[in-house]
Design a protein. Structure first.
Length: 135
Protein backbone atom coordinates (compact mmCIF):
# COMPACT_ATOMS: atom_id res chain seq x y z
CA UNK A 1 0.00 0.00 0.00
CA UNK A 2 1.48 3.31 -1.07
CA UNK A 3 -0.93 5.80 0.50
CA UNK A 4 -4.57 6.59 1.15
CA UNK A 5 -5.74 7.49 -2.36
CA UNK A 6 -9.15 8.84 -1.37
CA UNK A 7 -12.08 8.55 1.00
CA UNK A 8 -15.42 7.66 -0.59
CA UNK A 9 -18.60 9.21 0.78
CA UNK A 10 -22.06 8.03 -0.27
CA UNK A 11 -24.53 10.87 -0.90
CA UNK A 12 -28.09 11.06 -2.16
CA UNK A 13 -27.42 14.07 -4.36
CA UNK A 14 -24.17 15.43 -5.78
CA UNK A 15 -26.00 18.68 -6.56
CA UNK A 16 -26.65 19.09 -2.85
CA UNK A 17 -23.45 17.55 -1.44
CA UNK A 18 -20.79 19.12 -3.67
CA UNK A 19 -21.38 22.71 -2.42
CA UNK A 20 -21.28 21.46 1.18
CA UNK A 21 -17.89 19.81 0.69
CA UNK A 22 -16.56 22.72 -1.38
CA UNK A 23 -17.35 25.03 1.54
CA UNK A 24 -16.08 22.57 4.14
CA UNK A 25 -12.76 21.97 2.35
CA UNK A 26 -12.37 25.48 0.93
CA UNK A 27 -11.81 24.10 -2.58
CA UNK A 28 -13.77 23.43 -5.75
CA UNK A 29 -14.84 20.10 -7.18
CA UNK A 30 -12.25 19.40 -9.87
CA UNK A 31 -13.89 16.47 -11.63
CA UNK A 32 -17.18 14.63 -12.03
CA UNK A 33 -17.43 11.28 -13.74
CA UNK A 34 -20.01 8.65 -14.56
CA UNK A 35 -18.96 5.07 -13.81
CA UNK A 36 -21.71 3.27 -15.71
CA UNK A 37 -20.54 -0.23 -14.72
CA UNK A 38 -21.14 0.65 -11.06
CA UNK A 39 -24.29 2.76 -11.60
CA UNK A 40 -22.62 5.69 -9.89
CA UNK A 41 -21.75 9.31 -10.59
CA UNK A 42 -18.71 10.63 -8.75
CA UNK A 43 -17.38 14.06 -7.81
CA UNK A 44 -13.80 14.60 -6.66
CA UNK A 45 -12.43 17.28 -4.35
CA UNK A 46 -8.87 17.71 -3.11
CA UNK A 47 -7.47 19.46 -0.07
CA UNK A 48 -3.70 19.18 0.08
CA UNK A 49 -2.85 15.50 -0.41
CA UNK A 50 -6.34 14.38 0.64
CA UNK A 51 -8.93 13.45 -1.99
CA UNK A 52 -12.63 13.01 -1.30
CA UNK A 53 -14.85 11.08 -3.72
CA UNK A 54 -18.58 11.77 -3.41
CA UNK A 55 -20.72 8.94 -4.80
CA UNK A 56 -24.30 9.28 -6.04
CA UNK A 57 -26.29 6.30 -7.32
CA UNK A 58 -27.67 6.58 -10.85
CA UNK A 59 -30.22 3.79 -10.21
CA UNK A 60 -32.60 3.11 -7.33
CA UNK A 61 -31.30 -0.45 -7.10
CA UNK A 62 -27.63 0.60 -7.41
CA UNK A 63 -25.06 -0.35 -4.78
CA UNK A 64 -24.78 3.23 -3.45
CA UNK A 65 -28.55 3.61 -3.25
CA UNK A 66 -28.81 0.31 -1.34
CA UNK A 67 -25.97 1.39 0.95
CA UNK A 68 -27.71 4.69 1.77
CA UNK A 69 -31.04 2.89 2.35
CA UNK A 70 -29.32 0.58 4.83
CA UNK A 71 -26.82 2.87 6.56
CA UNK A 72 -27.63 6.43 5.49
CA UNK A 73 -25.33 8.92 3.82
CA UNK A 74 -21.75 8.90 5.00
CA UNK A 75 -18.37 7.25 4.65
CA UNK A 76 -18.57 4.41 2.16
CA UNK A 77 -14.97 3.28 1.68
CA UNK A 78 -11.28 4.04 2.04
CA UNK A 79 -9.15 3.63 -1.07
CA UNK A 80 -5.46 2.76 -1.00
CA UNK A 81 -3.12 3.32 -3.91
CA UNK A 82 -1.02 0.30 -4.87
CA UNK A 83 1.83 -0.06 -7.35
CA UNK A 84 0.71 -3.45 -8.71
CA UNK A 85 -2.95 -4.26 -8.14
CA UNK A 86 -2.67 -7.87 -9.37
CA UNK A 87 0.20 -8.62 -6.99
CA UNK A 88 -1.60 -6.91 -4.11
CA UNK A 89 -4.81 -8.83 -4.80
CA UNK A 90 -2.89 -12.11 -4.79
CA UNK A 91 -1.03 -11.20 -1.59
CA UNK A 92 -4.26 -10.34 0.21
CA UNK A 93 -6.04 -13.49 -1.03
CA UNK A 94 -3.12 -15.55 0.32
CA UNK A 95 -3.55 -13.79 3.67
CA UNK A 96 -7.26 -14.73 3.80
CA UNK A 97 -8.92 -11.49 2.67
CA UNK A 98 -12.19 -11.84 0.75
CA UNK A 99 -12.03 -9.87 -2.51
CA UNK A 100 -15.30 -8.71 -4.03
CA UNK A 101 -14.02 -9.10 -7.59
CA UNK A 102 -11.68 -11.67 -9.10
CA UNK A 103 -10.00 -9.24 -11.48
CA UNK A 104 -9.40 -5.49 -11.36
CA UNK A 105 -12.01 -3.38 -13.10
CA UNK A 106 -12.16 0.12 -14.49
CA UNK A 107 -12.97 2.65 -11.79
CA UNK A 108 -13.24 6.41 -11.67
CA UNK A 109 -10.32 8.79 -12.07
CA UNK A 110 -8.39 6.56 -14.52
CA UNK A 111 -7.87 3.80 -11.94
CA UNK A 112 -8.01 0.03 -11.96
CA UNK A 113 -9.84 -1.00 -8.80
CA UNK A 114 -10.67 -3.98 -6.61
CA UNK A 115 -12.71 -4.02 -3.42
CA UNK A 116 -12.10 -5.99 -0.23
CA UNK A 117 -15.19 -7.17 1.65
CA UNK A 118 -15.82 -5.21 4.87
CA UNK A 119 -15.96 -8.47 6.87
CA UNK A 120 -12.26 -8.94 6.06
CA UNK A 121 -11.33 -5.45 7.30
CA UNK A 122 -13.20 -4.89 10.55
CA UNK A 123 -16.33 -3.53 8.89
CA UNK A 124 -14.63 -1.12 6.46
CA UNK A 125 -14.98 -1.46 2.69
CA UNK A 126 -11.47 -1.15 1.24
CA UNK A 127 -10.72 -0.20 -2.36
CA UNK A 128 -7.37 -0.93 -3.99
CA UNK A 129 -6.47 1.55 -6.76
CA UNK A 130 -3.77 1.48 -9.38
CA UNK A 131 -3.20 4.44 -11.69
CA UNK A 132 -3.46 3.41 -15.34
CA UNK A 133 -0.66 4.57 -17.55
CA UNK A 134 -1.67 6.95 -20.33
CA UNK A 135 -1.24 5.48 -23.80
Amino acid sequence: MLKVEHIGIAVRSLKQAVPVYETLLGTNCYKTELVASENVKTAFLRSGETKIELLESTKEEGVISRYIDKKGEGMHHIAFEVADILAEMERLKQKGFHLLNEAPKQGADNKLVCFIHPKSANGVLIELCQEQKEK
